[in-house]
Design a binder for this molecule. Structure first.
Ligand code: MN
Ligand code: MN
Length: 478
């Protein structure tokens, strides 16, 4: 069974333009939103523009929900759920699109700054599954927030503006790498050596106290951070926040590849960028939910954090957040009862929207040709994910797969079925099984990615567009 190349569908230039225009908007989003906090802020702002109202405000007003109402809820600034209320009761079930907005990266430790041999460094702890050797010698940027003791936050980005400095983790020169190059790939660069080089000029002001004469480069770094923060301190206007080393304790700073997402290929058919996993599903999910006007069933878009480390914690899919918000919606729609909440969840249909490993002919031995996701063949549906014998997978029922097929075929969606690589080679999980725990029908589906989890990943623009169309079709018709 061969599936068609999606580009063949877009024969005339007018149609092709829509694919490229959608990709341009996505590229903008991908370039400016590199952390879960930045994604949440972006989606909240865009949602407000499109008529979505914060559920907290609706609760305060005590207003009853009616079909067509647009509601959103955020969780600790790292997760957002969006709803367009349907004509049917929520307890009849929702059509849910779930994706994640966290990506593999390096996080600063809570005591990260140190000085060694006249160089200052920031120590990191990697987040998610990375090949550590890929993260050395490339320009890196800092995206972070400082939670100050006064309860306010100071957000900052250093390394994205072309005028900004960037940072990097160094590697050993080949001339002296006789030992290093005989190591296993996972040990060539060790996690504890992922230390970001950030400065080398000692503090210059006159220092009277002898004990303060140590670690002058570190001291200089702290004073420069203070100067930088001046530009980001919106609360205090031009007033400056005197940054102390202790402030790292309540910082969340993510070290990510610096620079914008770019068109890739001489035909511009692809996008090279950081964090396609899983923003290439989050972005079209958001756009699809916004398209819903007065749907039959309530449409929900859920964009969660912490997928890359197992969906754990308050802002991950395992948290009660989603369930609690649905409970609030039922409460706002009339009389709340526990049974209505359970029905709402178990009667729902979901697509767990996450990326698939795209078939790569250079590494063909890791893939099984007949059941791989191909770049350019449209939306990739995974009946199951998991590793080594479907372990950890949500295996969608044949009946639900049949329903999905019918929706996609009726709506002219270009799609393919896939699983992640050869059976014994490895595998991966998504948030699907957590939806499954509510006893709802859920299937995995998303966009094929090359070099997944690398600092820069590759996707096809036509797959992004087909994903968007698939989500719209699902939201309205499931
Ligand atoms: Mn993912
Ligand atoms: Mn991933």
């Amino acid at each position: 069974m061969e599936r068609e190349i999606a580009w063949k569908k877009y024969k005339d230039e007018k149609e092709k333009k829509k694919v490229f225009a959608f990709a341009d908007k996505y590229k903008e989003f991908l370039s400016s939103c590199k952390t879960e906090r930045e994604c949440t802020e972006y989606f909240e702002e865009k949602a407000k523009e499109k008529g979505f109202v914060d559920i907290e405000d609706v609760i305060e007003e005590g207003r009853e929900l009616k079909p067509g109402d647009r509601i959103y809820a955020t969780n600790m600034g790292k997760e957002i759920a969006l709803f367009v209320i349907g004509k049917e009761d929520i307890s009849e079930g929702m059509n849910i699109l779930g994706a994640h907005i966290d990506s593999p990266r390096l996080d600063l430790k809570q005591n990260p700054l140190y000085e060694d041999t006249n160089m200052a460094y920031l120590d990191t702890h990697y987040y998610g599954g990375i090949k550590k050797y890929q993260w050395v010698t490339m320009p890196l940027a800092l995206h972070g927030t400082i939670a100050k003791k006064d309860g306010t936050n100071l957000n900052f980005v250093i390394g994205e503006d072309p005028e900004d400095p960037v940072f990097c983790i160094t590697d050993l020169l080949p001339h002296l790498s006789a030992d290093q190059l005989t190591k296993e790939a996972k040990k060539v660069i060790e996690g504890e050596d992922l230390n970001l080089l950030i400065g080398s000029i000692p503090f210059a002001d006159e220092i009277k106290d002898d004990k303060d004469k140590k670690e002058l480069i570190k001291k200089n770094i702290l004073s420069i951070i203070t100067t930088y923060l001046k530009d980001f301190d919106k609360e205090n206007g031009s007033g400056k926040y005197d940054y102390k080393e202790e402030d790292f304790m309540s910082c969340e700073v993510e070290v990510v590849p610096a620079g914008r997402a770019r068109d890739m290929g001489i035909d511009r058919s692809m996008i090279l960028g950081y964090g396609h996993d899983d923003r290439v599903c989050s972005y079209p999910t958001f756009e699809a939910v916004c398209r819903a006007k007065k749907p039959r069933r309530t449409v929900c878009g859920l964009l969660v954090d912490k997928e890359e480390i197992g969906s754990v914690g308050a802002t991950g899919m395992s948290s009660r957040f989603f369930e609690n918000v649905v409970a609030e919606l039922i409460n706002l729609s009339g009389d709340y009862s526990d049974i209505l909440l359970r029905r709402a969840l178990s009667n729902s249909y979901a697509i767990s929207s996450d990326v698939s490993g795209g078939y790569d002919s250079i590494y063909s031995s890791a893939f099984e040709k007949n059941n791989s996701a191909y770049l350019g063949k449209g939306f990739a549906v995974n009946k199951y994910t998991g590793a080594r014998g479907k372990s950890g997978s949500n295996d969608a029922s044949a009946e639900y797969m049949g329903k999905i097929r019918a929706i996609f075929d009726e709506n002219d969606i270009c799609y393919q079925t896939a699983e992640l690589g050869k059976v014994d080679q490895g595998g991966g999980g998504t948030i699907a099984y957590i939806f499954g725990n509510y006893n709802m029908n859920v299937i995995d589906g998303g966009v094929a990615v090359l070099s997944m989890h690398a600092p820069f990943e590759v996707i096809s623009k036509v797959d992004l567009y087909e994903a968007y169309k698939a989500y719209v079709a699902f939201a309205v018709n499931a």
